[in-house]
Design a protein around this ligand. Structure first.
Ligand SMILES: Cc1cc2nc3c(=O)[nH]c(=O)nc-3n(C[C@H](O)[C@H](O)[C@H](O)COP(=O)(O)OP(=O)(O)OC[C@H]3O[C@@H](n4cnc5c(N)ncnc54)[C@H](O)[C@@H]3O)c2cc1C
Length: 497
């Protein structure tokens, strides 16, 4: 329906593009060194093609395109989690409210050759993860529908929702879905890359629990991808990230859920060896009771020092479930563990991971092993402690998370996902680091350090025969080759699709 208008606009815009004018300040004020950002030819042409695209969208959808001088633009910029993304400035931000508006945007970006980024909850931390300098940012926050099927088995979720919205909707109905553990994270990115949940021990990751995706594909068509409709696309969307289209609706399988147990338990650093032994036992025996979830994390925080801050959750209202006995035996110095509901647990984590700082995530995988955990902990600790005091606002964290045999079993649900992990791999440990700091002048020190730690950890894992190629997309740094980590066969299949 939009095609004739788009074609007309395209011709107009082509004409406009042949007579470039200097951007006037009421159109855009690129905030990062405008002279530099426009001096390179590729940047200049990108800027003009996106100015044209934004103008076209503005004509088609009045009020839904915002520029730098608008308060909505500013608010949406602030809704990214990391400072790097907040300080990346698109020519304009477009906020569609329906799938067909996203489709129209795709037609227009193709016509104008404007580069674009897609944002759901904005938690990708590196610059360009879901924002784009001098491009078009498609902000999905307007696609915020939540609708339960008549038999309550499927929840249709718009990608404008964050997990706290989803749980707030389902909790009063004693239902849940497999989703994020931090309420502020978006449904879109978490689900497309994997989605480690408090319920993964039993149901697998979020992507294993999506029955259907409504997708805008590269030619602008709106299609549904499921086991029976576009099954290849359905495979690709379970791990393919944002490479196969823009998802305008996720249909999640629901399950009954009510009271539960969980919280954060804090331990001194000196308990490190017992922590790793307890983790190993937990991961190897998780099949005995798949209702538990575990994150083992070491962190150093200015003013508080260094400690372990472990997240323990049990899907049922059982105080100190036996599955966690080995951790209970370690002396802690503080605990928030309690009987509670999911929205409360999720809010606890949201509060502990505030937005607005410089951030970097990075990750790798190894075969579950106590000595390997110990080696990685030492590499991390030796690297961060000497400079901990010198970097303003520096909060380095190292986390270990189990990919248990039962989780891996779920990866073959619905024809199998694209992650390239199979039961033959045995139980795996995903390790990731999140470094937070406040001054951009320290970027290169922090970014070099985190990449060196991962390289050193991987080298040790390889030398011990414990390395696994998998790289979790949702924690990966921009330089990591996520799709090579899926294995040759899956990478080739994704490329074919
Ligand atoms: C504080 C914090 C807590 C976290 N907790 C968890 C956790 O509990 N479990 C877990 O597994 N991971 C977790 N993560 C990692 C998280 O899953 C990723 O950062 C994820 O990419 C965030 O999704 P988002 O929608 O918020 O981010 P965005 O930055 O909006 O999107 C991330 C990527 O997905 C793409 N994308 C988003 N929506 C769509 C869509 N509808 N169609 C096409 N592409 C889309 C974007 O273009 C971008 O490439 C956490 C991260 C942070 C920073």
């Amino acid at each position: 329906m939009y095609l004739p208008i788009l074609w007309f606009l395209f011709l107009q815009l082509c004409f406009a593009l042949t007579v470039p004018k200097k951007p006037s300040s009421d159109v855009i004020k690129p905030a990062v060194d405008p002279a530099k950002s426009l001096e390179r030819k590729s940047y200049r042409s990108r800027y003009w093609s996106c100015t044209a695209c934004c103008a076209g969208l503005s004509t088609l959808f009045p009020g839904k395109v915002k520029y730098f001088n608008d308060t909505v633009y500013a608010e949406q910029q602030q809704s990214y989690w990391s400072q790097q993304q907040q300080q990346t400035y698109p020519v304009c931000r477009f906020t569609p409210a329906e799938a067909r508006e996203v489709s129209a945007a795709i037609h227009l970006v193709r016509a104008t050759q404007c580069r674009f980024a897609v944002k759901s909850g904005g938690h990708a931390s590196f610059e360009g993860g879901s924002n784009i300098q001098n491009g078009l940012a498609i902000d999905l926050s307007g696609l915020s529908a939540l609708k339960l099927s008549n038999d309550s088995s499927i929840l249709c979720v718009g990608p404008g929702n964050r997990w706290e919205d989803v749980y707030a909707f389902l909790d009063p109905l004693d239902l849940s879905v497999v989703g994020g553990r931090n309420g502020d994270v978006g449904v879109g990115g978490l689900t497309l890359g994997g989605g480690i949940s408090y319920f993964s021990g039993f149901y697998g990751w979020a992507l294993d629990n999506v029955a259907n995706y409504e997708v805008i594909i590269a030619n602008g068509s709106i299609v549904n991808a499921s086991l029976t409709s576009h099954p290849d696309l359905y495979f690709a969307l379970r791990g393919g990230g944002n490479n196969f289209g823009i998802i305008t609706r996720f249909d999640f399988e629901t399950f009954p859920h009510g009271d539960m147990w969980g919280g954060q338990i804090f331990y001194p650093f000196s308990t490190n060896q017992s922590q790793f032994e307890a983790f190993y036992w937990w991961a190897e025996n998780a099949n005995l009771d798949a209702n538990g979830a575990l994150i083992l994390a070491a962190a150093s925080v200015p003013g508080y020092g260094s400690f372990f801050s472990n997240g323990f959750v049990y899907a049922w209202p059982v105080m100190s479930p036996p599955l966690f006995d080995n951790f209970t035996a370690i002396t802690n110095f503080s605990s928030t563990a309690r009987l509670t509901r999911l929205p409360d647990l999720v809010a606890e984590l949201t509060g502990s991971q505030p937005p607005g700082f410089r951030q970097v995530y990075i990750t790798a995988t190894f075969k579950n092993d106590i000595q390997m955990m110990s080696d990685i902990f030492k590499i991390w600790n030796d690297a961060v402690q000497p400079i901990f005091e010198d970097i303003a606002g520096f909060v380095p964290a190292l986390a270990f998370q189990p990919i248990t045999a039962k989780i891996i079993e779920n990866f073959s649900k619905n024809g199998g996902n694209a992650l390239g992990i199979s039961p033959e791999d045995g139980s795996l440990t995903l390790w990731n680091m999140d470094f937070q700091w406040s001054d951009r002048r320290n970027d290169s020190i922090v970014l070099d350090m985190i990449q060196n730690i991962i390289a050193e950890g991987n080298a040790v894992a390889k030398s011990c025969g414990l390395f696994h190629r998998y790289i979790y997309q949702n924690y990966a740094y921009i330089t990591q080759d996520v799709f090579a980590g899926y294995g040759e066969e899956n990478k080739a299949r994704l490329l074919r699709i």
